[in-house]
Each structure stands twice: as structure tokens, then as C-alpha cells.
Design a protein around this ligand. Structure first.
Ligand SMILES: Nc1ncnc2c1ncn2[C@@H]1O[C@H](COP(=O)(O)OP(=O)(O)OP(=O)(O)O)[C@@H](O)[C@H]1O
Length: 283
């Protein structure tokens, strides 16, 4: 959910340069953070020094730390990229940042600089204080629709600015899965999945492979038309062609025929699908 975190949070920064954390906030959380960095360390860049306050979270490519930019007296988020592929990870992250930074859009996270600390790649971002998980946690029953509407607005504004979106599997549109030509309608699909997640409080499609994603889409919404399946360059990843007297049609492959899908994944899949269908009935 790389995109959605900044999208929702950018307008809600609690700390400004005048509101710096007091010294007593230092040294509260885990003492040993990622690799060689620990709370209280100073990370020098060419423009300023960053004091490590605490660890905030971890993603596929790195760990994110809350730091104080000492020169500018503001709180920032510093992402330290993971070994052993730190350089590739940095390249990967930078390829996104090159797209979003010049847009300078209020609904997209701001990127400040890149530097190395003890040979580790560090990326500095605007500090954001609320993500979608936050809204789910602070609204234990159901997120009111007017709040979901406000989040949707921010998402649409960010989408408008971006026009190209990398979609994580659970948010991937069928045309991408099938290898069909696509338009920015795929962004709408992604936003729909995010909003459904907020409303239902769990992922609409809980998939960690393309096959699982397609299978869940078919179960919830039905199979794409044969014409689309004939045209898709990846259709055979998910469907088997069945010859008929009046032409051919497609049948979704059995889960059991896919060696890559573990029993556990199948179990999780079946359970989540049962819940999804039930919750849609309840809505
Ligand atoms: N700018 C930020 N401000 C505050 N917290 C952040 C910021 N960027 C990331 N985080 C926190 O750190 C966590 C890890 O972020 P990271 O960007 O590494 O991965 P991710 O977006 O969660 O997922 P992925 O691994 O798919 O990129 C996030 O889930 C979020 O909690």
C-alpha cells in the first residue's frame, strides 16, 4: 500500500517545524533498529544531521525511522533500505520518486533527499501521521461514510496527478492480470478496492499471487467475457481453453492443478472468500 499511505496522510501532519518532539521522547522504543542504526544515533547527510527517535514500520524494501532533522528542527521519516539488495531497492524506490517528486502534489508524500550512512542507503521523506490502518483502528465499529468519502476524494486527487499506478496484487485490475490493453480505469479499480477495505475492514481480495487474485475476482464478480479472455496474453496462466462444437470457451484452472499454491494459501483463500461473500450480503 505504498501509494495509499501518503495519499491519506499528507493533509494531517500534526508536527510542524515549531512543534518538535521534546527530548523526553527520545529513547523510548526499541533500542536496536535496522542493521547498525539505533535510537539516539546521528545520521549525517550533506545538508543536515538526523537524530534517530524511534522505528515506525517496515516494508518490503526497508525500515522506516522517525528522525529529527536537527538543522531544520522538523520531524522526518528516514527509510533505510534493506540488504542484500539495498542498491537495487534504492533504484526501485527512486524510480517511483522520480515520477512523484516533481508533481509536488499535496496528496503525495514529499521526498527530501537520499544519503548513505555506514554504507546503508537512506531516503528522507515528509513525516506522515495517519494511514488507512489508523482510520480502521480509531473507528472500531464502522468508518462513517463521510470519512470514507473524504479519503476517496484524496485518493482521486492523487490518482489524477499520477495517471500511472503500480498496483499491488490485491488491488490489481483484471485487465492487468490478463495482459489486456488498459486505461486509467485500472486506477478506479484500485481505489474501489481501497474503499471497500475501509468499509469492510478487511481486504476485498486477499491474494498473494496473480492466480489467487483472478480466482477471487471470478468468484465474487463472475468470469470475464470470452472475448476478453481470448485477447489476454496471460489468460492461460489462469484459464484452460475448452473446445466446443460452436467455438471455444475458457474454464478457470483448479486450485489443485497449480503446484505453486500451497495448502495453507488455499485454506486462507477459501476462508477469506467465504467472509467476503457474507459481508457483501450484510452490507
Ligand atoms: N513518510 C512516512 N511517514 C510515516 N510513516 C511512514 C512513512 N513511510 C512509511 N511509513 C511507515 O513505515 C511502514 C513501512 O513503509 P514502507 O514504505 O517501507 O513500506 P510499505 O509502504 O508499508 O509497503 P511496501 O513494502 O509494499 O512498500 C509503513 O507501513 C508506514 O507505517
Amino acid at each position: 500500500m505504498w501509494l495509499c499511505f501518503p495519499v491519506v496522510s499528507a493533509q494531517h501532519n500534526f508536527h510542524t517545524s515549531e512543534q518538535i518532539l521534546p527530548n523526553s521522547c527520545v529513547l523510548i522504543f526499541p533500542m536496536f533498529l535496522f542493521n547498525t542504526v539505533k535510537v539516539g544515533d546521528i545520521l549525517p547527510s550533506l545538508t543536515t544531521d538526523y537524530l534517530v527517535l524511534k522505528t515506525i514500520g517496515e516494508g518490503v524494501y526497508g525500515e522506516v525511522l522517525e528522525c529529527l532533522d536537527i538543522k531544520n528542527q522538523k520531524i522526518v521519516a528516514v527509510k533505510i533500505l534493506k540488504y542484500p539488495n539495498a542498491r537495487q531497492n534504492a533504484k526501485h524506490e527512486m524510480s517511483f520518486l522520480k515520477i512523484i517528486s516533481p508533481l509536488n502534489h499535496k496528496n503525495l508524500v514529499k521526498f527530501f533527499e537520499r544519503f548513505k550512512y555506514k554504507r546503508q542507503e537512506c531516503l528522507v521523506f515528509e513525516m506522515l501521521y495517519r494511514n488507512l490502518q489508523y482510520f480502521i483502528i480509531v473507528n472500531p465499529d464502522r468508518i462513517p461514510l463521510n470519512k470514507i468519502r473524504a479519503i476517496a476524494k484524496q485518493l482521486f486527487m492523487a490518482m489524477e496527478a499520477l495517471s500511472t499506478v503500480v498496483q499491488p496484487i490485491g488491488f490489481r485490475a483484471p485487465e492487468i492480470l490478463l495482459g489486456l490493453p488498459y486505461t486509467n480505469a485500472i486506477d478506479m479499480w484500485g481505489v474501489g478496492c481501497v474503499l471497500a477495505n475501509l468499509y469492510l475492514r478487511f481486504f476485498l481480495f486477499n491474494a498473494d499471487t496473480d492466480y489467487e487474485m483472478m480466482r477471487q475476482v471470478v468468484q465474487l464478480l463472475g468470469q470475464p467475457e470470452d472475448g476478453l479472455l481470448h485477447a489476454g496474453i496471460y489468460t492461460k496462466k489462469y484459464f484452460i481453453k475448452v473446445k466446443r462444437t460452436n467455438g471455444s470457451t475458457w474454464r478457470l484452472k483448479d486450485q489443485s492443478s497449480l503446484s505453486s499454491l500451497s495448502e495453507k494459501t488455499a485454506e486462507v483463500y477459501n476462508e477469506s472468500n467465504k467472509n467476503t461473500r457474507q459481508n457483501f450480503k450484510d452490507c
